[in-house]
Design a protein around this ligand. Structure first.
Ligand code: C5P
Length: 234
């Protein structure tokens, strides 16, 4: 079975990231490099994590004019990432430009195109925050609206909260890949993730990939934590 665990390398330095990656690599499917690590360590960290043989999810959530996003996506493809994120609220032209750039750049390099994942509504936003920026207050409706726009713009995957999976699966083509952060095993200390499912529940609800940070990197033994999550998936 494909290992669906993506470990978030949410650490501030290349040394810490590579140490963590080395520790847990045999038990996981990929690593996520986000803004904290990328801004501190630069594009070189992507190459160094790739050099371990692991797949990389570059989570920089691009949101800009279509031409700029297309160029940023092309740069990410040249770094050889396997997944990357853009904001669906950038609109259909931006999403189409991102997907086309991923396909064209990968084809020119003779490698498979990375999965361009759309981010819908940030889980930090509630109805009030959506109203403030002129969107409809119902978070679920806004998520579904942006998810449908992403499908119609040619994206092949979305990032979503575990509690959105079931509703999205009802309206999305089955081929759509759903990448889900916010999973918790129940064994870890309480933190800022409030609305969670266990890894097994998230997969059963229809998630394709699980992004897991603190339950693995903050565990006493990150490798054992990753192995135990993998086993729990059955
Ligand atoms: O430590 P934890 O498992 O909460 O890490 C989850 C990862 O997924 C973090 O990198 C976080 O930024 C990211 N993420 C999230 N919720 C979202 C989108 C991304 O937790 N809605």
């Amino acid at each position: 079975m494909r290992n669906p665990i993506i470990v978030a390398l949410d650490v501030p330095s290349a040394e810490q990231a590579l140490k963590l990656a080395e520790q847990v690599a045999p038990a996981v499917g990929a690593f996520k490099i986000g803004k904290e690590l990328f801004v501190a360590a630069g594009p070189d960290i992507v190459k160094r994590v790739r050099a371990t043989g692991a797949a990389v999810f570059l989570d920089l959530k691009f949101h800009d004019i279509p031409n700029t996003v297309a160029k940023a996506v092309a740069s990410a493809v040249r770094l050889d990432v396997q997944m990357l994120t853009i904001h669906t609220s950038g609109g259909s032209a931006m999403m189409r430009a991102a997907e086309k750039s991923a396909q064209d750049t990968a084809q020119a390099l003779g490698r498979p195109a990375p999965l361009v994942l759309g981010v819908t509504v940030l889980t930090s936003m509630d109805g009030g925050a959506l109203t403030e920026i002129g969107c409809e207050a119902n978070v679920g409706h806004q998520v579904e609206r942006l998810a449908s726009l992403a499908v119609n713009s040619g994206l092949r995957g979305l990032v979503c909260s575990p509690l959105e999976i079931a509703a999205l699966r009802k309206i999305l083509p089955a081929s759509m890949q759903l990448v889900t952060p916010g999973v918790r095993t129940g064994a870890e200390k309480a933190d800022d993730q409030k609305r969670t499912l266990t890894p097994r529940e998230a997969m059963a609800a229809g998630s394709s990939w699980l992004v897991i940070g603190r339950p693995i990197y903050a565990a006493e033994n990150p490798r054992a934590a990753a192995e135990s999550i993998l086993q729990s998936l059955g």
